[in-house]
Design a protein around this ligand. Structure first.
Ligand code: ADP
Length: 194
């Protein structure tokens, strides 16, 4: 199986790159942010709860989001591999993901950390806010999300580095050029695993 984690600060382009990876490598895309936005649209119990956290730029509680992820994995038993976009976002989530995959006799193949300068992140999110009207793409919430990212999510760099699975990718480039860097690494990993 090919299981890929894509992570980086909000606005780093992980959603865009995940879409490209999914298309090329025929993986199942799990974007926790998109799932939550869908739940909000449908106004489910989870959606109503998620709305408050997301609006304020906070992360959802680990137990809740881990349960959501476990359910998605369980209902897709026959996939060739997964791309995790927006999950894990904390060390507790990363440990749970390792356990869940271990239970399926598999694990994370590679983790791509998209690195983008903060001023570019902010500009991208403000633009997205204007274009797509995402409730969390406003300047106050952006600041909060970046702060939470540094504290809670950035430690994942060391976590995956220790496992020898971390690939830092320069994300301040054209979409296709960023993807080219990812593709090169993935092709090499697939070749080595043959
Ligand atoms: P971005 O990376 O731009 O912040 P996402 O779509 O990945 O966008 O996530 C949007 C919001 O959804 C996050 O700010 C957070 O509130 C919530 N969320 C998504 N994934 C998780 C997660 N794994 N753990 C906790 N909260 C999450």
């Amino acid at each position: 199986m090919l299981n890929i984690v894509v992570f980086g600060a909000p606005g780093c382009g992980k959603g865009t790159q995940s879409e490209l990876i999914v298309k090329k490598y025929d993986l199942f895309h799990i974007s926790t942010g998109s799932v939550l936005r869908m739940e909000i649209e449908k106004q489910t119990e989870l959606g109503k709860l998620a709305e408050e956290y997301i609006h304020d730029g906070h992360l959802l509680p680990d137990d809740l989001i881990i349960k959501m992820l476990a359910d998605i994995l369980e209902s897709n038993p026959n996939e060739k591999g997964f791309i995790f976009d927006g999950f894990p976002r904390t060390i507790a989530q990363a440990k749970s993901l390792d356990r869940l995959l271990y239970g399926r006799n598999t694990g994370i193949t590679a983790c791509f950390n998209l690195d983008v300068e903060e001023k570019n992140l902010i500009a991208r999110m403000l633009k997205r806010g204007e274009e797509q009207g995402r409730c969390d793409d406003t300047s106050d919430t952006i600041r909060k999300r970046l702060e939470i990212y540094r504290i809670r999510t950035e430690p994942l760099i060391a976590y995956y580095k220790k496992q020898g699975k971390l690939f830092k990718i320069k994300g301040d480039k054209f979409v296709d050029d960023v993807f080219e860097d990812i593709r090169e690494i993935l092709d090499r990993l697939i070749y080595q695993n043959k």
